[in-house]
Design a protein around this ligand. Structure first.
Ligand code: V47
Length: 385
């Protein structure tokens, strides 16, 4: 690693703590967000990242399935949700999702990422059947399914406790949970961007419950809308405290807000500077998280690649079909093939390692050969909401 050059002297005591592997405080987090010296912040994050992961950068081969975009929540941050019967509303039949997963498996997917809207009429059983059917057809496939927001909704409609709901999902075949729905935990922000969603406290309690029954999960933070720097740091510190308790979080993914087509469309998009800063500050504050993902879909492949030198150690997956960000105006492709992810990683001077969902390396030579991925758009949607 090159030498650390600090232009903003307020970073000096923080740098000393980082080099001594001491935990950073709330105030340190605020100072890291407010400092104009992004290169020094990035150097420190890269230092921690290289100490943990050396030169390795991970990616995985996955497929997203969004069972329905019909949603009763009407979050202001979202461009994906539709009312029942509204133009563009859809709900997949189970067979359609089995076909998509089978296509994913033929293309080498090791993970299916499943999240969707809170549908007013679909019973919990539909989602359990989806998971059972996928597990039965592809026992080797990791099913990373349903955010804490969906689990909370399932519990409500099925009149079960959160623990009972999580156990039923696990018994059906859910292997872990994705990190969505966390947004910003602070109630002031939630009231504006997602006032019908579970509270931040509840999200954290539910994630800890999931960890305690053996379901690991990811965590996210949606930045770049109405939150303050202090509210971002509060979010990260709450996640760090939860991780101290359970060690159940696998990865953290900072998500840049995409305002287009949302009721918050007047808010300007986060800048590249803010994207890199969020990656770096999360790496520095979340000292008990192993993995920080630069999700290329929302950062763009170019910024995600640079993030591999600002604290990130993972680019996420091939994805194939993405609706949540693309409905909100994302201009990235919905699919990046394995060899392109590897090229991006190598061009950043890192060593690409394909991983499974829990970050075990995958040796492709031991797996059956894979088909070329189908570009999104060739598969039809069933438009009956
Ligand atoms: O919770 C919704 C966000 C999340 C918008 O766990 C938006 O591996 C920006 O959580 N602009 C879902 N963001 C996606 C997610 C995720 C993604 C990749 C990997 C993993 C993982 C999880 O997307 C939502 C919300 O925070 N979101 N609308 C929008 N307009």
């Amino acid at each position: 690693m090159g030498e650390l050059i600090i232009i903003d002297q307020t970073l000096k005591p923080i740098a000393e703590k980082v080099l001594a592997a001491e935990r950073l405080s709330f105030e340190d987090g605020v100072a890291l967000y407010k400092s104009p010296d992004l290169l020094a912040v990035g150097w420190l994050a890269n230092y921690v990242r290289e100490k943990r992961h050396g030169n390795v950068a991970y990616y995985n081969v996955n497929r997203h399935i969004n069972p329905t975009n019909v949603c009763v929540a009407h979050c202001k941050l979202c461009a994906f949700g539709r009312d029942p019967g509204a133009p563009g509303a859809y709900t997949f039949a189970l067979e359609e999702m089995y076909d998509r997963a089978a296509q994913g498996v033929r293309e080498g997917a090791t993970e299916i990422h499943i999240v969707g809207g809170l549908h007013p009429d679909l019973p919990f059983e539909y989602f359990l059947e989806l998971i059972r059917g996928l597990k039965q057809r592809h026992p080797q496939l990791h099913l990373k399914a349903f955010t804490m927001v969906e689990v909370h909704y399932f519990a409500r409609i099925a009149k079960l406790t959160v623990d009972e709901t999580l156990l039923k999902l696990k018994e059906a075949g859910v292997d872990s949970c994705p990190g969505g729905g966390a947004e910003i935990f602070h109630p002031r922000v939630r009231r504006i961007i997602c006032d019908h969603k579970v509270s931040g406290r509840m999200w954290l309690n539910m994630a800890k419950k999931a960890h305690r029954i053996g379901l690991r999960s990811n965590a996210t933070m949606l930045y770049g809308h109405v939150e303050t720097v202090e509210e971002r740091v509060d979010h990260l510190v709450l996640l760090r405290e939860a991780q101290d308790e359970t060690h159940g979080f696998v990865a953290f993914i900072p998500l840049a807000f995409h305002p287009e087509n949302t009721p918050l469309a007047h808010i300007p998009k986060p800048t590249g500077y803010d994207d890199l800063r969020n990656i770096a500050v999360s790496r520095l504050l979340l000292d008990n998280f192993d993995h920080i993902k630069a999700y290329w879909i929302m950062l763009t492949p170019s910024v995600a690649q640079i993030a591999l030198r600002f604290g990130a150690n993972d680019l996420d997956g091939t994805v194939v079909e993405e609706k949540i960000y693309h409905d909100a105006g994302a201009k990235t492709s919905e699919f990046t093939p394995r060899n392109e992810l590897e090229r991006l990683i190598r061009a950043a001077g890192r060593v690409p390692v394909e991983r499974d969902t829990l970050y075990n390396p995958i040796d492709r030579s031991k797996l059956p050969p894979v088909a070329r991925a189908t570009p999104p758009g060739l598969v039809s949607l069933s438009l009956n909401a």
